[in-house]
Ligand binder design. Structure first.
Ligand SMILES: NC(=O)c1ccc[n+]([C@@H]2O[C@H](COP(=O)([O-])OP(=O)(O)OC[C@H]3O[C@@H](n4cnc5c(N)ncnc54)[C@H](O)[C@@H]3O)[C@@H](O)[C@H]2O)c1
Ligand SMILES: O=C(O)C(=O)C[C@]1(C(=O)O)C=C[C@@H](O)C=C1
Length: 301
């Protein structure tokens, strides 16, 4: 049970966390720190937050748990603004889609108080953003990855893990490095590709005609290009090295497919397509079966 929860950024992710904990009866009072007055007003109207705070000082008084749910590029500045008001018992966590940059920013901002910061990332979301997109069921049956630090007290990690479990999530543990390499491949690269395709089509002289006939295949492939540009700018830059490596691997795959196509090598194309189809089906089956958490481990470096 969390007596006082502070949500910094009451959009899809922060708002859904507050609503899920409220629905589970696991939170007393939710205080909000929000950059946008419109978002703050909607968060109050929707019952995401009980209290709008004008300053970190007001928000942090008596706080048990703080969730940072703003774009990852703001992590350092936000933590620096919280630090002077951070009470000894308060645990701070985040929902950022990248972890190495978040940990580095947290270390720089919090210094010797770093043990109070437990990095996290819910593996659930959508292309919709803002408080109106938030809902209590977002995390049900989904994973929440924690990348705990050597300085974290196990009780602090458990406070964060317990909150995600109360939201219905399955808690996994990864090192920050493993986290960023994995999500570069299966989340950050697909977003870059979707934005690239839509931008490319939109720039063609006959874009209107192309969009007129684009149907469900195009819709499925590009759904995530409807996501927040600010958020994805921050994620792309924060995980730049891993994302560049994934982009290079993908370009090599595209070049290989291009060569097969140029050679009219139908057998080679079908082999790649069949292998991808099998891998996708196995992934869907595993998701439905509920994949178990990996054993916890930390970076060795
Ligand atoms: N959208 C997803 O699918 C998803 C999934 C998992 C994690 N995340 C991560 O969660 C975080 C939030 O994403 P979201 O989808 O909820 O975005 P969102 O746009 O719905 O919400 C972010 C909110 O943060 C507010 N904000 C921005 N800067 C702020 C600041 N300095 N102080 C206070 N409030 C501020 C914005 O006004 C907005 O209301 C991001 O770090 C993102 O990487 C997103
Ligand atoms: O469903 C979507 O729209 C998402 O993009 C969710 C998604 C992803 O699967 O890539 C996006 C970013 C995250 O950090 C976690 C989840």
């Amino acid at each position: 049970m969390i007596g006082r929860l502070v949500i910094v950024g009451t959009g899809l992710i922060g708002g859904s966390f507050a609503l899920a904990l409220k629905a589970a009866g696991q939170v007393g009072r939710v205080a909000a720190l929000e950059r946008s007055p419109q978002a703050l007003a909607r968060a109050l109207e929707r019952g995401i937050a009980d209290e709008a705070c004008a300053t970190p000082e007001q928000a942090l008084r008596g706080a048990d748990l703080v969730l940072l749910a703003a774009p990852v590029g703001q992590t350092g500045a936000l933590l620096a603004s919280l630090l002077p008001h951070l009470e000894p018992h308060t645990v701070v966590t985040d929902a950022g889609s990248t972890k190495c940059d978040v940990v580095a920013a947290a270390r720089a901002a919090l210094g010797e108080r770093i043990g109070q910061f437990v990095p996290g990332h819910p593996i659930a979301g959508s292309e919709a953003n803002g408080p109106d997109a938030a809902w209590a069921g977002l995390y049900g049956g989904k994973k929440a990855v924690l990348t705990p630090l050597p300085e974290n007290d196990p009780a602090a990690v458990e406070r964060v893990a317990g909150a995600w479990r109360a939201c219905g999530a399955l808690v996994h543990t990864l090192s920050a490095g493993d986290h960023d390499r994995v999500f570069a491949a299966v989340s950050h690269l697909p977003h870059l590709l979707a934005y690239a395709l839509v931008d490319d089509i939109a720039a063609r002289p006959h874009a209107g005609m192309l969009f007129q006939y684009a149907a469900s295949g195009f819709r499925d492939f590009t759904r995530i290009a409807g996501s927040s540009p600010e958020m994805w700018r921050d994620i792309s830059l924060a995980n730049r090295d891993a994302l560049l490596a994934e982009l290079d691997a993908y370009l090599a795959q595209l070049n290989s497919l291009r060569a097969m196509l140029a050679a009219a090598d139908g057998r080679a194309l079908e082999t790649v397509f069949a292998s991808a189809q099998r891998a996708r089906q196995a992934w869907l089956d595993a998701i439905e079966a509920g994949s178990p958490p990996l054993p916890p481990h930390r970076d060795t470096e």
